[in-house]
Design a protein around this ligand. Structure first.
Ligand code: ISE
Length: 340
């Protein structure tokens, strides 16, 4: 059965998802592109062959001819639109963050547990990124022994105007919070957060965090959204008998004129293109099969990322270690993870 997908939001992420759904996902059709801007909705719909456009997200989700919803609208709309999809029994892939607070994530969790089946997938696409999947598989194989630490770097070329260290924690770092939970199969129990006293004239300060996990491990996270040189995401797993680094952090190496240079992408889309494709493919397959996509992020994972971010902001403000406070995990979200 072909899944008729509506995409809410025709900005950078919505346009990329529209391209993927319309050209890379057999079994799905891009049925509606919705955006507050009619022009932007038409631009993406025309480029990707969508049948309909809309400027109203709620009525789009309610349409009888829409089977599933992909939310890529501004962050502050995610929680409400996910609730609308749940209220109408529509499977939904919500770009991160699921909601801007852990409390708002809990409202979604309550609605979904009341329905009694998982309809929400959260857009932590690194769970489908082959280097991260390989890192998780290598840990699960036992060949390196148990994990002791994980080190993460997340660098953007230039932060949007008015971007702050706290936003680095709430907007960018949730990818590392979720990736660490995914690879280590552990919860994050506490956060310490630091930013350098020194600041460059134009840049928003980087943030360095140290996370403690429920398995007694340490996870370091550097987020530098004004790295200037390129989009660069790195990760290293340190185990009892060995270590493993992510294998694809750049676009390639250029050798010329007695020099060797590394080519970096300008933003995350080239680096994670395959991850988004695999994520969206798994989401559509999960709808066709009626079962959650193995390894995909659920409402529970979206809630955990929000709670960790809140602890991170608290730690940055207070300068002290902040505990991550979570409710008990409902049975609906027991481990369904599988390494693909
Ligand atoms: C951005 O907010 C994202 O969500 C992207 O996936 C990430 O790669 C980027 O670094 C973040 O700033």
């Amino acid at each position: 059965m072909t899944i008729r997908v509506a995409i809410i939001g025709a900005g950078v992420m919505g346009a990329d998802h529209a391209r993927i759904i319309s050209s890379d996902i057999p079994g799905a059709s891009l049925h509606v592109v919705c955006d507050a801007s009619d022009d932007r909705a038409h631009l993406v719909a025309d480029a990707c062959g969508a049948i309909h456009t809309s400027i109203d997200a709620v009525t789009t989700i309610q349409r009888q001819d829409v089977d599933a919803v992909l939310i890529a609208s501004p962050d502050q709309t995610h929680a409400e639109l996910t609730r609308v999809a749940l209220d109408h029994g529509k499977p939904v892939l919500c770009e991160k963050p699921l909601a801007e607070t852990s409390a708002a994530c809990l409202e979604i969790l309550s609605a979904e547990t009341a329905i009694g089946r998982r309809l929400v997938q959260v857009g932590f696409m690194r769970r489908f990124d082959p280097p991260y999947v390989s890192m998780k598989a290598a840990l699960q194989s036992g060949e390196m022994g148990d994990a002791l630490m994980m080190h993460n770097f997340h660098r953007n070329v230039e932060a949007p105007p008015h971007f702050t260290g706290q936003m680095a924690i709430t907007n960018s770092a949730p990818h590392e919070f979720d990736a660490a939970r995914f690879v280590l199969d552990a919860d994050v129990t506490a956060v310490m957060a630091f930013e350098p006293a020194r600041a460059f004239k134009r840049a928003c300060k980087p943030v360095v965090m140290v996370l403690e996990t429920s398995k007694g491990q340490l996870v370091t996270v550097e987020v530098n959204n004004d790295a200037a040189y390129g989009y660069d995401v790195r990760g290293e797993l340190v185990c009892e008998k060995g270590a493993m680094s992510l294998s694809a952090s750049t676009s390639g190496r250029i050798d010329s004129e007695l020099r060797s240079a590394t080519a970096y992408a300008a933003d995350w889309r080239p680096r994670f293109a395959e991850a988004y494709r695999l994520q969206n493919k798994a989401w559509v397959a999960s709808i066709q099969n009626g079962t959650p996509a193995p390894g995909a992020a659920s409402t529970w994972d979206g809630y955990c990322a929000a709670a960790i971010a809140e602890a991170g902001v608290e730690a940055l403000i207070t300068g002290a270690k902040s505990e991550v406070r979570l409710i008990a995990r409902p049975a609906l979200y027991e481990h369904l993870e599988a390494v693909r």
